[in-house]
Design a protein. Structure first.
Length: 666
């Protein structure tokens, strides 16, 4: 064996034994960290046990007071023994704290003990309650809105929310995890009033600073900026004097959790509209969500760079927005039962790009914003972050109709009219007016079809055999051509109006403008109206009776009957018993079932739409003289000059002839 081979083997052996020694050293460090953490947990548990022991002792002594003297003496001895145990527990807790101070440092260990204190800062729109435990926003109340029962509208409470930032520091060459939610911050408002309260006259913003002291001259600062008239507040994280303390890491972890409460009249709709939305940082994708569910759980791990994450309810949202981006996210919600008074338990685990080298004195390590406010389309769009996608207006053409026509018109009318019932009436009139030419064209087409029906019947007699079906079809098309009839003329206008009806279906339940607005017997146009509460629940219907839904169903029946009579007279295949049952009876019943628990504003809109449609039909019947129309059709057919067949027409006729030849061969 040569010298080079020998040196190589010795080098490999040295590396191997060095790796074993390093792994053993790391394992010992991990065991020491685990031992300290276990000691801390046992100490906390023992402290809690001390309180229980004290309570038991008090109860025991009370019982002894009612007993004999000898029993009281025995109880006193037991109390003395308990006091001795409590002293031992206190010693154990003190020892554990000493170990924790050695592990985390005295300053940080001291910050892990304290008393939670809450203080509130108000602007013109909301009350923000802060907690020194974790330096977080613990509660938000929106001042311009109320719950369905008139109570204050609180998005989340201190007991139902959590927010923390996780990073690592170096202690004795070991990486130590720091979760800010476990520590008590010192509060240092940088504005005129450190105790909170409303903004003073002339005060445009309030800056609240809370600091977690990690070492004697090093701290983490959470700084919140609260404007006077905005639902969006700033939030930044600063690491001051921590250049030598921070461990090597490439991200900060954000853990955000909040339970949403029952704010609306209809818990079913509230559950269906509540989910977690997120928007991609790239900007070339539309915002997405993890799905909807009225029960159970939904979760999603998003391995993409994100701009914001929203805990969305039906009409309100809590959103965290990164000035830069989130690297990825783990999102989840769990649903509560409707009778619990809660809707969803939202949680989001987010990672933010970060390196210790990137911090500089006075500059934020990372910047965020929070939006706590209503899902109002125009307001959310003004932030230019695609937050308006939180309002479910539909996709593509449906969304365009709502965002470009319905919402601007609704907002415009709302500037001058306080009654939203009247606004819906004017909106319906406007839609009927702009679709009037299409409706008129559809009626004329149906009238022409009725007038040529006798001639269509003659063609049916002329070509009674099945093999002559193609000839009959060709003759029918020629008759339509001479009479100036477009067979699709009655259908296309209705198809064009259909997206508008769907747009209204999406708009009304999502429109916060209707929330809490009453009209006639409806107390809230964004929820169902009820004239009778039933002592039981009917499957697919509910436990109440909606008068707007009933009236709307009656209008659907009358409108369908008018349309059915016209359609059946021109298309015998549409006049069958099954089609009549579906159109006249089944559809109104289905509408009652669907709309009984839906937004009363939508039922009211469809009621108005059907009433105006019925009125248009009778107006057209009165205004249009079908005899004169028939004479015009005949005159036009007589004066029509034969035109040269188009290439498409020639190909079509050749195809019909080929089909006829194939039919004869069979």
């Amino acid at each position: 064996m040569g010298k080079q081979s020998l040196y190589g083997l010795l080098l490999i052996g040295a590396i191997f034994f060095g790796f074993i020694w390093y792994s053993s050293h790391q394992a010992k460090q991990f065991q020491e960290q685990q031992r300290i953490a276990d000691s801390v947990r046992r100490a906390h548990g023992a402290t809690a046990g001390t309180g229980n022991a004290a309570d038991s002792t008090a109860s025991f002594d009370n019982a002894a007071g009612k007993s004999a003297t000898g029993v009281a003496a025995g109880n006193a001895g037991a109390g003395a023994a308990s006091a001795g145990n409590a002293a031992n527990v206190a010693d154990t807790a003190a020892a554990a704290r000493a170990q924790q101070a050695q592990f985390y440092g005295e300053t940080l260990e001291a910050a892990s003990h304290g008393e939670e204190k809450l203080f509130t800062v108000e602007n013109n729109l909301a009350k923000f309650t802060f907690s020194n435990k974790g330096g977080r926003i613990a509660s938000v109340e929106l001042k311009k809105y109320k719950r369905f029962d008139g109570g204050p509208l609180v998005l989340f409470t201190p007991d139902s929310s959590a927010f923390s930032l996780t990073f690592f520091i170096m202690r004795d060459y070991k990486n130590v995890e720091v979760n800010t939610g476990n520590y008590y911050f010192t509060v240092d408002s940088l504005s005129s009033d450190s105790s909170g309260g409303g903004l003073a006259a002339g005060e445009k913003i309030r800056i609240v600073s809370m600091k977690l002291h990690v070492d004697r001259n090093a701290y983490v600062e959470f700084r919140y900026v609260i404007p006077r008239d905005n639902y969006m507040i700033g939030y930044s994280v600063r690491f001051v004097g921590m250049q030598g303390l921070l461990a090597n890491q490439n991200e900060l972890l954000v853990n955000w959790q909040a339970v949403s409460f029952h704010l609306e009249k209809n818990p079913r709709s509230e559950h269906l509209y509540s989910t977690i939305f997120y928007n991609y940082a790239a900007g070339d994708k539309n915002p997405d969500n993890i799905g909807i569910s009225s029960s159970g759980s939904k979760s999603s791990d998003v391995n993409a760079r994100l701009k914001w994450v929203a805990f969305k309810q039906q009409f309100f949202s809590s959103v965290i927005i990164a000035k830069g981006e989130f690297q990825n996210a783990s999102l989840r919600f769990d649903s509560f039962q409707p009778e619990s008074g809660k809707v969803k338990d939202f949680s989001a685990k987010l990672s933010v790009p970060f390196t210790a080298d990137s911090i500089s004195a006075g500059s934020p390590a990372c910047d965020f914003s929070f939006y706590f406010g209503p899902n109002k389309f125009s307001l959310l769009r003004s932030y230019n972050m695609q937050l308006q996608k939180l309002v479910p207006l539909g996709g593509w053409i449906i969304g365009w109709i709502n965002s470009l026509i319905v919402i601007p018109l609704f907002d415009f009318l709302g500037r001058f009219i306080s009654s939203f019932g009247l606004i819906i009436l004017l909106l319906t009139l406007f839609i009927k007016i702009i679709t009037l030419p299409l409706t008129y064209k559809s009626y004329i087409s149906q009238a022409k079809m009725r007038l040529v029906k006798p001639e269509i019947d003659e063609l049916a007699k002329k070509y009674p055999k099945q093999e002559d079906a193609l000839k009959k079809q060709q003759a029918t098309m020629e008759l339509y051509k001479r009479a100036g009839i477009n067979p699709l003329g009655g259908c296309l206008p209705m198809l064009i109006q259909f997206p508008i009806l769907i747009a209204m279906f999406r708009f009304f339940p999502a429109s916060i403008e209707l929330r809490g607005q009453s009209f006639l017997w409806a107390q809230d146009l964004s929820s169902y109206d009820s004239i009778l509460n039933l002592p039981f629940s009917i499957p697919f219907y509910g436990s109440h009776v909606s008068l707007f839904a009933l009236l709307m169903a009656v209008s659907v029946f009358i409108s369908a009957k008018l349309n059915y009579n016209q359609t059946a007279s021109t298309s015998p295949q549409m006049g069958g018993a099954s089609m009549k049952f579906m159109t006249l009876y089944m559809m109104p019943v289905m509408m009652i079932l669907w709309f009984n628990s839906y937004a009363s504003g939508l039922s009211y809109y469809y009621l108005l739409f059907n009433i105006l449609s019925i009125g248009q039909t009778y107006a057209f019947r009165y205004a249009i003289d079908e005899k004169k129309l028939h004479e015009k059709m005949r005159a036009k057919a007589a004066s029509r000059k034969p035109r040269k067949k188009s290439k498409w027409r020639e190909r079509y006729e050749e195809m019909l002839k080929e089909q006829q030849r194939q039919a004869r061969k069979r």
